[in-house]
Design a protein around this ligand. Structure first.
Ligand code: URA
Ligand code: URA
Length: 205
């Protein structure tokens, strides 16, 4: 099948977003202020999957707008990538879990319909799995993020259909904010290595 045009992708994504706006499949529907569906551009090269909306995301209806999001933008900017032009950003869950607790299995199961549609529409060449929640949703028990970050995973190693994408687990920016050392070999240093490797692959697509 031929790839969708950008207009077709946007039209299909907005259909899925409409479904999310009406979604009552799990109890997060009772506490959310806004659905957090996506941001960035439907770029068939690069998609990032995070965890779930936090306080500011729930208020504004956009992913990664708080401190972690600002750090994420700086990480992308360090290799010349921007959210406006280069990357499609979404989360495992579209609604905020109360007090930012970890998503529950039934919430992830309920929300998978929407994330899988986003992957199917964009068919990204590269998917960045940002933090352990995204890793578990897509790769199952592939291991903890500190062990597997920075490694490329083939589509066949996913527990769900990723339409041929190559995947790299990366640290979550919230984790980097909590572990703010600049030491060589520390989390931030590793993230800067990973983003450079990601950019090298991105440039080949
Ligand atoms: N953390 C996430 O994983 N996603 C967001 O959208 C914001 C913070
Ligand atoms: N634990 C997480 O959930 N995410 C990280 O990025 C690092 C540790």
């Amino acid at each position: 099948m031929e790839a969708l045009t950008k207009e077709e992708m946007l039209a299909r994504l907005s259909e899925i977003k409409e479904k999310c706006l009406a979604c009552q499949k799990c109890s997060l529907a009772e506490t959310r202020h806004n659905i957090v569906f996506d941001d960035g551009v439907p770029n068939p090269k690069l998609m990032l999957i995070g965890e779930a909306p936090g306080f500011y995301e729930d208020q504004q209806g956009k992913p990664f707008v708080g401190k972690a999001g600002q750090l994420l933008d700086r990480i992308f900017a360090s290799v010349g990538l921007t959210r406006k032009k280069d990357v499609y950003i979404c989360n495992t869950l579209k609604c905020r879990p109360p007090n930012n607790r970890n998503p529950l299995p039934d919430e992830k199961a309920a929300c998978w319909e929407y994330l899988s549609a986003q992957i199917e529409i964009i068919k990204p060449g590269i998917i960045l799995l940002c933090g352990n929640v995204a890793v578990q949703s897509i790769l199952g028990n592939a291991g903890g993020i500190t062990k597997i970050r920075g490694n490329w995973f083939k589509a066949e190693s996913a527990v769900v259909n990723v339409y041929g994408a190559r995947m790299m687990p990366i640290f979550h920016p919230s984790y980097l904010l909590r572990n703010d050392t600049r030491e060589k070999g520390g989390p931030k240093w590793l993230m800067w290595q990973d983003i450079q490797e990601i950019k090298r692959e991105y440039d080949k697509l």
